[in-house]
Design a protein around this ligand. Sequence first.
Ligand code: HEM
Length: 515
Amino acid sequence: MVGLVAAYTLYGVFWRLHLSPIAHIPGPRLAALTWWYEFYYDIVLGGQYVFKMADLHKQYGPIIRINPYEVHINDPDFFPHLYPTSTRRRDRWLFFTRQFGAEGSGVGTVDHHLHKLRRAPLNPFFSLQSVRALQPVLDERVDALLARLRDDGLHHRELNILYPFSAFTNDVINSYAFARSDDLLSDPTYGRLVTDHLLVGTHHGKTIQHLPLLLPLIVALPARISSALIPGWAGFLAMKRTIAAQIAAIQRSPHDNLDAAHPTIFHALLGSPLLPPEEKTLRRLAHEGQVLVQAGTLTASWTLAVATFHLLDQPATLARLRDELEKAMPDPAGVVPLAELDQLPFLRAVVKETLRHSLGAAGRSARVCPDEALVFVEKGAAGGRKWVIPEGVAVGMTGSMTVNDPEIFPEPERFRPERWLEGTEEERMALERYWTVWGGGARMCLGMWLARAEVTLALAKLWRVWGGEERRRGDVGRLRLGEGVEARDARMAADFFIPIPWKGTRGIRVVLETF
Ligand code: HEM
């Protein structure tokens, strides 16, 4: 028996190092041999493999093998080949999707065709046109946010600004998905626990990814025990239950008699002729709901917090933005259509530069091409070396590496919205092409237009009436960074699917002072 196990193990070692279809791809032998290499960086050190991979690329070149079964490419020009906009088949990889613990959701779906089926009825809700039509809902929530900030400013309160922004984005996505929200903007803590519970969920993603038996085990335990074992788990479970209950309530309501000011996602999914009955089960839709709430809350709020940091840290940049807003919004209380705000050059540049810094997904996103081999041609001194990646192999790229590439974005660590306005038209278009923060192809961010609208509208309305160091006529108050807040509080230091700042951070704290 022992002999058999030893022989099997030896064969496994030999297979991974010499017979595997990606045995020819460079990289550390240990990573090719065992999952524990990645496990060490991502689980033991906490979301650090993405940084280690950047180092490995410096050592081994633009194509590397990062674990026994996966290849990673760091060449921005390969992006459209891996994530084509055409109908070419690209599956996700089970190892990647496991982290969501939501295999019924679009993002958790491996198969290309099933994903297409699941995403099709969602697409119309997130188109540019639909999002612009949603402006009254967004305007109402931004106004509620500003009213709350004004109240808090009366007491010169210091706030971790992520929470007010998360309350805003959570209210919006809930209202869009379920035609109701918890009105976190009215909660004294801005629904702090809701954001914290969502963060707990994403922090467990990597562990679930590496230890797939863990999640079913935890779910099988009585909630009392699992909640005692895992900090924050009780809240995360409660959030999942609430989402499922909301969908169940919609299931019970007649689809043709909606008492909603705008059509909602789950009413439409349940009524969709595109989806067969097995796609409308409560379990599947609850997974979709969980992902929408998580993605819809934590991403855009982090982006808004990062923008706040940089604008307060760079008064000249803030002044230039406020000059533009003052002209475009002569009446601060008036409604300016999103289509107009989107055309303001400096505001656009601030939004793009912020997203380049804030990102939405921190790590790699693998694709499997089951019916075609990928060919990657290496540039540079080695000149034209061709690498063939056989069909069925997982291959990933990482958006954060592209938007931090100094050849494309010089001094990438600097917050410089001006970079989006400089140079020739061709150079500006190149920057756009490499602005890979939304992913690409059929799995590109579903919420891109919603997130852009939320960020654009909130920044415009906030900075039209709140100042930093400089006070203008009509300002309602001033913001300043809290004691000790520094650049690393607004910078990704770990990949837990979403970017997470350094461990010791106390958040992007801001002191509000209402006049
Ligand atoms: C700052 C804002 C955001 C950024 C930068 C961002 C970024 C991304 C990226 C890079 C992906 C692709 C991941 C991959 O290829 O594996 C993605 C997927 C996704 N995002 Fe976003 N996101 C943002 C906001 C939102 C919002 C507000 C929603 C709300 C609905 C959302 C919903 C989704 C969904 C559902 C997917 C999965 C799409 C699919 O697989 O079909 N995102 N996002």
